[in-house]
Design a protein around this ligand. Sequence first.
Ligand code: M6R
Length: 615
Amino acid sequence: MCGIMGYVGENAASKIILEGLSKQEYRGYDSAGIALRCPDGIESAKIVGRVSELVRRVEEMPSECASAASGIGHTRWATHGGVTETNAHPHESVDGMVVLVHNGIIENSRDIRSTLESQGVKFSTETDTEAACQLLAVLYKKCDGDALAALSKLTAYLTGAFALVIMIRDRPDEIWCVRKGSPLVTAFDGDACYCASDPTALLGYTHDLFFLEEGEMAALASSGIKFYGFDGKERGKSSIHLNWDSVMADKGHFEHFMRKEIDEQPDVLRLTIDTHTIVTNVAMDKSLTLPKGLMKRVRRVQFVACGTSFYATLVAKDIMESLGSDLDISAEVASEYRYRNVNGGEDTLAIFVSQSGETADTLAAARIAKSMGTHCIAITNVRGSTIDREVDHTLLSMAGPEIGVAATKTFMGQISLLTLLAMSLLKDRGVLSANDEARLIGGLRSLPVSQNAMLEREGEIRALAEKYSDSKGFFFIGRRECVPLTMEGALKLKEIAYLPSEAYAAGEMKHGPIAMLDERLTVVALVPDTDLREKTLSNVEECRARNAPILLLASDGDESARTYADDVIFVPRTEPELFPFIAVIPLQLFAYHTARTLGCDIDMPRNLAKSVTVE
Ligand code: M6R
């Protein structure tokens, strides 16, 4: 939540910072601001609204600021203090010495504030961030202008999560970065230094990035970067080469990132399969070397994640069960896992799934699991992310940068990698049959063609989205492998079209929710042609009898499904366990076109941020 960009070099900082902010706008977009080192000191501009508005405001700044060679910027997702220009970052200390931007939450900000206020420091905003800013100014003075010493003291005072990027008035050649709990990445391209919350903002300058670790600080100057621990001791650091193409983070000819990312799913799947299989065999061992005998030893597998990533783990859990796993498998949202008295230890394998690798709850859950001696694997899309650096093993999903706030192609990257991982683990355990291995790998290999066939049916789905966009709400229902999809379909509609949508196991409807149904509440029923087809169709009939319009997802060729529904979207056939790989596409497209019909901001839905780095 919140995007930060900083630059110190010889070029016009404003342009670089504004570009960096617009690339990270999905992280938060209720207000934005910039501070530039102009000839007469540090000048700031702040607005309520989008970065495009900030661009206009920067044009009104004194002309000398246009050529300022260093600065910092911020795009905000409000936590403490309303969405106002005053509360927008950067914040400035009352003596004008410190100007900073922040991502995270400073938990003891109230205490710091009341202490400083009792000493006569005047606060001007409602934010938690200002406490850090005013305190740093006081400490800087106390440390006689020794920035490193002041920052060491500051980090000892602050509790909570903070990525801070700081300019100090009488230190014109540097920018300081501090990281605890919220991500921050830095880079040096030979002529200038950069810092950002998200690596995609830096890829246009260099692919060799320095990710700050927990408890690390950095001093950026045009000549290079120096790294320090919170104790003030300098430390060495190696860069990580990020193999992403900056063009991948462009919209291309698509109207929205989300639509482009939906289209990229067959490629994401193909790449994952090509990397981790040989003919009809899983070959995860190329990238995953688990301790010898681990899979024979474990009794328990725990999947842990949030949001769409959590639904991906439900797909994996279902696949493991369908393959006859003899393990005790659970899937749990990280925000609950972290506060429950969960089992763990040497007989447990925990698999944490996070696109960003920075989700606060998922990180906290992983730390708890590690502390219990549980073996921890992460599946993430971002090399160098916090989760990548903290767990025992990481598997990188191959989705490339995802910019739309609604997860689409990263879900595909996750379920494909999770499926292969699940098979590989069961194979190690001696539970996976050769027949199932060949059947599923064959099925996975043929999926991209079927997914493309599904994408070609977009016109039909768009027409249905337009037809149903005036529904007062939606119920997504299905059984077994379809249950995670009902959740994902409902979530997509909630987050980008703001429509009430519930996900229910089809058999549960009659235990309460069916009471809500009438002719204005649409039921989207997922009914592939499996052993559960008839059972699910009976539940559809029950909904139909209550006058709910029925939109059915059925397998290609299942013509009789039409008699149960007002409308049917046909989905190419595949192995039963792999139905989610294809059926998620019409659900994503349905949400996309509903949101488009309703005129919603698809890539940046209200109240959301792509990466949830606060609890
Ligand atoms: O980065 P993560 O995968 O850990 O994010 C978890 C959720 O915040 C995320 O999946 C969210 O639910 C999606 N944006 C929904 O589309």
